[in-house]
Design a binder for this molecule. Structure first.
Ligand SMILES: [Zn+2]
Length: 272
């Protein structure tokens, strides 16, 4: 994707006066959450964090916010049997998230959108989001962007699978040079993998799995061979549109119901 660098919304590409002006105009920060873990022979280890960064940037354009440097790593012990994986403990990850976003709250950021593309981060992000709301007074919405992608594109792409078409499209929309569709090999059996993936995504019963090989012995499954840059860019736009629309409404509802930051500061007795 070609991006107009003059209009960057990545926090670390902006200057201090630009950040200050942004917080004065619309104090929205977006934290991309993902991971660095093996994604088979055809996708980069940073697939999940590339996905959340590039979607976050388009959402930031739509909602007038900035994308924080949240760090590439996440919580992914399940993928540790493979060399291409680096995991943080849940405690470390929570602290990184709280201290990163909490720093911006001190400078005036009020709205926090946590945009996540890695299922292993979900419990830690829920705890961090609570802390950022209750202790730092931020109005917080978390979106599981990988599930938004599955809702919009799952039917067409064989569902959300580890290393499959949806994940290939997300990287193609950002860094097509990192996608190696010519190296696709050893996909795990999809029917077995789907059965296990479904089990860990049910609302009522939640088994804990030791490692990814229970789902897919070769580390990945799906059918990414037909993914194209054009389709990736379309998916990126559609996901960002959906997230921006829903989150704009959610922040409006939260402001109305909770009175925003001032209300939580009153409740906790903190000085404004
Ligand atoms: Zn992934």
């Amino acid at each position: 994707m070609t991006r107009n660098l003059a209009a960057s919304r990545y926090f670390w590409e902006l200057t201090q006066p630009e950040i200050a002006a942004q917080f004065a105009r619309h104090p929205l920060v977006i934290l991309p959450a993902g991971s660095v873990e093996q994604h088979g022979p055809h996708l980069p280890t940073g697939t999940d964090i590339f996905a959340s960064n590039v979607i976050g940037h388009v959402v930031a354009e739509r909602m007038d916010g900035v994308v924080l440097p949240g760090g590439p790593l996440g919580v992914t012990p399940m993928h540790m049997p493979f060399e291409g994986t680096i995991t943080l403990s849940p405690e470390t990850y929570q602290r990184v998230v709280v201290e990163t976003c909490g720093s911006t709250a001190k400078h005036g950021a009020k709205y926090l959108l946590i945009l996540n593309w890695h299922e292993g981060n979900i419990p830690s992000l829920a705890i961090a989001a609570e802390a950022l709301h209750r202790e730092h007074g931020m109005t917080v919405v978390t979106v599981q962007a990988c599930y938004v992608a599955a809702d919009l594109y799952g039917h067409d792409c064989g569902g959300l699978t580890h290393g499959g078409e949806i994940e290939a499209l997300a990287v193609l929309a950002h860094r097509p040079d990192l996608v190696h569709l010519d190296r696709i090999e050893h996909a795990s059996d999809a029917s077995r993998a789907r059965k296990w993936d479904r089990l860990r995504r049910t609302r009522s019963y939640q088994p804990v799995l030791t490692d990814i090989r229970t789902i897919c012995p070769t580390g990945w499954y799906g059918a990414p061979e037909h993914a194209t840059v054009e389709k990736g860019l379309k998916m990126l736009n559609d996901i960002a549109d959906a997230i921006a629309k829903e989150c704009t409404e959610l922040f409006r509802m939260l402001d109305e119901a909770q009175g925003g930051t001032a209300r939580i500061e009153r409740l906790s007795g903190a000085k404004v």
